[in-house]
Design a protein around this ligand. Sequence first.
Ligand SMILES: Cc1ncc(COP(=O)(O)O)c(C=O)c1O
Length: 366
Amino acid sequence: MSERIFNFSAGPACLPEPVIKQAQKDIWDIYDSGIGIMEHSHRGKVFDRVTHETEAACREVGSVPDSHAIFWMMGGATSQCYFVPANFLPADRTADYFETGKWAQDSIREVPLYGGLHICGSSKESNFSYIPTGDQVEYSDDPVYVQFTSNNTIMGTEFASEPDAPEGAFLVCDASSNIYSKPIDVSKYGLIYAGAQKNLGPSGTTLLIARRDLLEEPVRELPQMMQYSNHAKKEGRYNTPNTFGVYLMGQVFRWILAEGGLNAMAEKNREKAMVVYDFLDSQDFFIPHAEKASRSMMNITFKCPTTDLDAMFIEGAEKKGLDGLAGHRQIQGMRASMYNAFPKAGAEALVAYMKEFAHEHAAASA
Ligand SMILES: Cc1ncc(COP(=O)(O)O)c(C=O)c1O
């Protein structure tokens, strides 16, 4: 079997090794049932157990209170861009959105189909290099909810803490790229959603953690599949779910618990990210994109002095077993994604290569 290399992919991304090894067994036969996880009915006893264990582990990891339901949907985090306003925003009310990157903009685009939109903070003028805070934030008079993207995967920026929504409004968070990377106070949120493929498992399933009272009735008539309440009531099994995705998420939650929970995740993620940020701050060859106060612990974005050098850097990295470092086309350059399962040795290998590359090319580009 070939060796595994350092995978800096922004998602789907690297998974914890013990989880992959357990999955290899369970694909063949789960719980001594004689049937593999992907071959069990989503309405059978084995998958009942998988669903309930995944839910319980998710609750334990995030200390999710009973006031909040946990369930799964398909269609990616992108479908939540319209699910949220369709279910929560009456036609005659307004929702406030932070505009902090492409994923936020995708959500913003759907809002006027359903109700009023107010941008309460934007860093568009700087190609989203920071998270608006303090005076840069202005809420509308009486928003139904305030939506933000807790980590901007493409730009490499992250909210240091959740915004303070005005009285009466609840928080909606797209946490796709930093869910369970650090402690979170779920009780402050109306809805948290996250595509699994970065910190939680394979692509094709989306985790939802939602206040139960918000799920009772959508604010308008909607097709059955578009109503959160149906998905929540049926434990994410309103239609046939991505059974393997829900199973694997459960394994990832158990791995997080075995590693020491969210405090341990936060500490390790910080250590890894600081290996790269400390180096970026000590030199003047590579140019970081995110402002210091808004830096992401998950995705680190930087550039060489020219686009030709960016291309050479990425090509050279691949030869050294450092994969997935090309930046998103919206900002280009490089992006090192280092989610929960990514090892610190990978961050150290990246910095060793960055030093070598800068040494070789600094004089030529001066
Ligand atoms: C923060 C964020 N939101 C939404 C998405 C879109 O997710 P999906 O492709 O699962 O719809 C991504 C994908 O990278 C993301 O990083």
